[in-house]
Design a protein around this ligand. Structure first.
Ligand SMILES: NC(=O)c1ccc[n+]([C@@H]2O[C@H](COP(=O)([O-])OP(=O)(O)OC[C@H]3O[C@@H](n4cnc5c(N)ncnc54)[C@H](OP(=O)(O)O)[C@@H]3O)[C@@H](O)[C@H]2O)c1
Length: 282
């Protein structure tokens, strides 16, 4: 009997999240969509149900909230309980399709803001930790434990950034929070392997998303297409702990990390940031 799997996407309605949602729906996953924007969430839900005939459970949740990971896990354990219309989609009872449960987690949402470190409030810094790290780690812990207990193989994809590898100026809390995810995936990659759980983090360069455009970067900046980045991240998930999207980014990172002395690397990375955000330069 054919099995249909569920995937949970945290930060699923817009930008890169919308690309993950669309691509996983096209692959036939039923989806648990988590996002804080109710309208955007309803819009993407309608789109994928109509186009791909899948089941979708939507959770309007702020991932910075204390209990966000518990809300996600309730849906993982019982994805159908929150279906708006249990009869939606093509996978009706008796269709010969069995529910394989939730076996994939994509943590895509992030708090990001470009400004000098000292201009952040302490509340703002706490939010970076809550959204990008606290909820991410708790949901990874609970989700991996759930897969292990169910004896199910599965995949976990954490969306990171080249910033987490390169640590440029003006995005310090963001870059540090992304470095955290890289470290988390690196060590868990080997720890979770015996349970047939593949975990990866994808480090992307600049992506053409509403969030990046909001930052008002100056200059003619090459931006990756979100659908291409999401397709690469999905393809690589479980194959390598850390994957870098885009040949130019991989080459650039090779030079910066292996060829140039670190002071030169930082100089070039920071000069690029200062050009993009000249108002912060002193
Ligand atoms: N864009 C880039 O240039 C770039 C480069 C490298 C890596 N990345 C990484 O790629 C991922 C996606 O980036 P993105 O540019 O698409 O922006 P994003 O702000 O992460 O947006 C993705 C979705 O997540 C939602 N979201 C954000 N914070 C949330 C929260 N606290 N609770 C629930 N939902 C939340 C967003 O809703 P709202 O619209 O309401 O915020 C949006 O629908 C992030 O992890 C980011 O670090 C992005």
């Amino acid at each position: 009997m054919e099995e249909v799997q569920w995937a949970l996407i945290a930060g699923s309605a817009e930008g890169l999240g919308e690309a993950f949602t669309t691509l996983l729906a096209a692959q036939g996953f039923n989806l648990i969509l988590v996002d804080r924007g109710r309208e955007a969430l309803e819009k993407i839900e309608r789109k994928v149900v109509k186009e791909y005939g899948i089941k979708v459970t939507s959770l309007c949740v702020d991932l910075g909230e204390q209990d966000a990971w518990k809300v996600c896990m309730d849906a993982v354990r019982n994805p159908e309980s929150r279906l708006r219309d249990p009869g939606s989609g093509v996978q009706n009872e008796g269709s010969g399709i069995q529910d394989g449960g939730c076996t994939m987690l994509v943590y895509c949402a992030a708090m990001s803001e470009v400004k000098p470190f000292l201009n952040h409030s302490s509340e703002n810094l706490e939010r970076f930790i809550d959204v990008n790290n606290r909820t991410a780690m708790l949901v990874v812990h609970a989700f991996a434990g759930y897969l292990r207990d169910q004896k199910k193989p599965g995949k976990i994809l954490l969306m990171s950034s080249l910033a987490g590898l390169m640590a440029p100026v003006y995005i310090t809390p963001y870059a540090a929070s992304k470095a955290f995810l890289i470290s988390l995936a690196r060590s868990l990659y080997y720890e979770l392997k015996p349970y047939r759980i593949g975990i990866s983090t994808c480090c992307a360069g600049i992506i053409n998303t509403p969030k990046f455009l909001e930052s008002r970067a100056q200059g003619d900046i090459p931006m990756a297409d979100p659908f291409r980045v999401a397709a690469y991240a999905i393809k690589m998930c479980g194959k390598k702990a850390v994957c870098i999207d885009g040949f130019t980014n991989r080459l650039g990172y090779f030079f910066i990390s292996r060829i140039l002395p670190s002071a030169f690397s930082s100089y070039f990375v920071n000069r690029a940031m200062r050009k993009m955000y000249p108002t912060f330069s002193r």
